[in-house]
Design a protein. Structure first.
Length: 94
């Protein structure tokens, strides 16, 4: 009976460590995938802003302010993904 109980307790400890490992893996994957969106969005916005300034140099200030606002909005998705990853890492029960 003691051997069975010992085996069950080992299995529970193993499952807890497995779950924590999967939480770390999920956090890494979440950040990796979620970093692509802001990177592509900000690069696209900067490229189009450079094109616009090349066409209309007198509107540089307006173009820059709109571009920075768009980049800030694109960055929020990355920040939300970072928040989810931090929650996965620190809330995972061990």
């Amino acid at each position: 009976m003691n051997q069975v109980l010992s085996l069950i307790l080992e299995g529970v400890a193993y499952n807890a460590q497995f779950a924590k490992g999967l939480a770390f893996l999920g956090a890494g994957i979440a950040m990796g995938i979620a970093a692509l969106g802001p990177a592509l969005g900000q690069g696209f916005a900067a490229g189009k802003a450079v094109e616009a300034v090349g066409r209309q140099p007198e509107a540089t200030k307006q173009i820059r302010s709109v571009m920075l606002l768009g980049q800030a909005m694109a960055e929020t998705t990355g920040i939300y993904a970072l928040l989810v990853a931090i929650l996965l890492i620190f809330v995972a029960k061990a």
